[in-house]
Design a protein around this ligand. Structure first.
Ligand code: DGL
Length: 273
């Protein structure tokens, strides 16, 4: 299959969270166009089974292919943990997830060989972060902690609220006691709590943001495959947004975090793909 360098990148997530990944792509690869899909009708993925997430991911990839994307970013940590390995084999298009880039940088960052990972229940119980870290360095100890309340709190806009801080202190206590010096923000929403989490963990703990690392890894992948867009885009709408439900709410959230004014979000029937 021949792929066009100027074709967009497909980015998908269970909902709005993956916009943190889209945001890093916009900042770090400004010449790339994006088609984003947020599965707002079926969010959250973090409490669902592997079979379900695989089925959803296949449908979304089929939809993104109809948009002639040149590569796909699985922006959702949960889908990267549970579906990426299978869909990579099934589809004839470059696909990258958020877990490998985050795990790689955490290994390069830790000095005391103690890494913490926070994410959804599904991501933490998949054990993928620890196993990728062990492949790179088996001497590193990895401590996982699911923080399921962070997603609704962020979506409520309570990123600076004392209640969220209280919840964060409770979740993170265990990791503080484990003396980790590196913490992976292993869920799309957590970079939006970065300053709070950083303050609680203290300045001796380095936070790894998989959204940022994925944008850089995507750039390397596009270079390796000769797919990086080198022309400045003069298109009026270089970024397009699709959802499976509640398009207006999505647009509002997107406009609160993106360095780009989202004017239109289109709802599609994802079950038909
Ligand atoms: N996008 C999901 C993730 O990064 C969080 C939200 C959800 O559970 O669907 O794991």
């Amino acid at each position: 299959m021949s792929l066009d360098r100027e074709a967009p990148i497909g980015v998908f997530d269970s909902g709005v969270g993956g916009l943190t990944v889209a945001r890093e792509i916009m900042r770090n690869l400004p010449q790339e166009r994006i088609v984003y899909f947020g599965d707002t009708a079926r969010v959250p993925y973090g409490s669902k089974s592997k079979e379900t997430i695989l089925r959803y991911s296949r449908q979304i990839i089929r939809f993104l292919r109809t948009q002639d994307v040149k590569a796909i970013v699985v922006a959702c940590n949960t889908a990267s943990a549970l579906a990426l390995e299978v869909v990579e084999q099934e589809f004839d298009i470059p696909i990258i997830g958020v877990i490998k880039p985050g795990a790689k940088v955490a290994v390069e960052t830790t000095k005391n060989n103690r890494i913490g990972v926070i994410g959804t229940r599904a991501t933490i119980s998949s054990g993928l972060y620890p196993s990728l870290i062990a492949q790179r360095n088996p001497d590193i100890s990895v401590f996982g902690c699911a923080c399921p309340l962070f997603v609704p709190l962020v979506e409520e806009g309570w990123t600076k609220d004392p209640l969220t801080e209280e919840v964060a202190r409770r979740y993170l206590k265990e990791l503080q006691e484990k003396d980790v010096d590196t913490l992976i923000l292993g869920c799309t929403h957590y970079p939006l709590l970065r300053s709070m989490i950083g303050r609680i963990m203290g300045s001796n703990v380095t936070l790894v943001n998989p959204a940022y690392e994925t944008a850089l890894a995507l750039g390397r992948m596009l270079d390796a495959k000769g797919l990086r867009n080198t022309k400045d885009t003069c298109e009026e709408f270089p970024y397009r947004f699709y959802v499976s439900d509640a398009a207006d709410r999505f647009k509002e959230f997107a406009n609160s975090i993106l360095p780009y004014d989202v004017e239109m979000t289109q709802q599609i029937r994802i079950e038909e793909y």
